[in-house]
Design a protein around this ligand. Sequence first.
Ligand SMILES: [Cu+2]
Length: 450
Amino acid sequence: MQATGAAPETTKADITLEIAPVTVELAPNHFISTIGYNGTSPGPVLRMREGVPVTVDVTNQTDVPEFVHWHGLLIPSEVDGAEEEGTPPVPPHGRRRYQFVPKPAGTRWYHTHAMAGPDLHRSTYTGQFGFVLVESGNNPGHYDQEVFLALRDWEPFFTDQAENEDEEGQGGPQPEKPAVLDTRPNGLEVASVLFSINDKVLGAGEPIRVQQGQRVLMHLLNASAIENRRVALSGHQFHVIAMDGNPVPTPRPADVIFLGPGERVDAYVEMTQPGVWILGAPEDNVRNAGLGIVVEYANQHRQPEWVKPARISWDYTIFGGATSHPAPDQTIDLVFEKIPSGSGRFNTWLVNGKQYPREKEFVLKTGARYRLVFRNRTDDAHPLHLHRHQFELVDINGKATSGIIKDTVVVPFYGRASVDFVADQPGLTLFHCHIQQHMDFGFKALFYYA
Ligand SMILES: [Cu+2]
């Protein structure tokens, strides 16, 4: 394994990525200007072979340093694509070579990992994202076609009107709700009024064309910098087979799929209901603002039909198994809090009472099994991501599960979740909320190895 830039660059790369301004036609005569990969957004689907070394040459045609993060891959800090872990940047108008051995197999993704702060034209607010499919020699299951669907929002803006209608945890147990709530006025949050799946708003692009009797494998990704999202497919059910690229112990149907920023779900759909249907957000305002795509059966020409799903609730644990977890060697409590307007116009986010940067307080022993207890004492549902490792869900708000292996999990507001992981990837390891603004204003921590 060679670190970034260590190989003679006379050898040809397997993959080249160019970070540069792109124009995205979200709808006829509605163009937006952003930054993308190889002239598009999303960038190309990158297919890699599990265990086969890959060389990626990245050129950066912008004026700012960039990082390409390989989300969900178990690779060294030097190439993981996070400044906090010591990955060198792709310099402005420069280039850098990433070399690593992709693993494990599954639906991963790549995206920028720069800071944005108050600049809504930087980092994950731009179009720098795409799927990585790490393929193994194993049979991935039978399907007739495969589609990649990335959920996005565009033209972000600051607002003091919090959008909470989609948050998980309403009516739930709220075990971390403080006895006394902080009622100071909130800082600005980021919102959007224009949504898409891949690069098109609902109805503007080509439909997913299917035939009766087909099984279609859908790779779903929430590539938003901002919000947790749901999608449903009118007239059909999703059959969830993997989360964050990893097969779930109990594959089963779901009317709605819930995805926090950074999360993926692989699901297949049996095409047994001829017609023209809308796959989209169950919230009318979000779907009507673009978050959807048409599914069209052969020889069907009617207007796309939307059918509101019966239930929109989401529960990770129903996809889990019943095995018991090995006892962890150590339990680490992580308490998340918000200081309303703690950074002036913006909120500040604390992990165990402190915002990043912080002391070297989380030091892991190689080979040990850790339990992280996420205590969310805020009124937002946060998608929490651990770099360079995968964790197993232990419980969500006290509901136990096992065998669900993920790299990102949404902790309900005022909720609690526990996850276990084995410290088997020495090197600096970043942990953060995948909502860009939360991460930039304190919601992150570094794990060290002893
Ligand atoms: Cu967050």
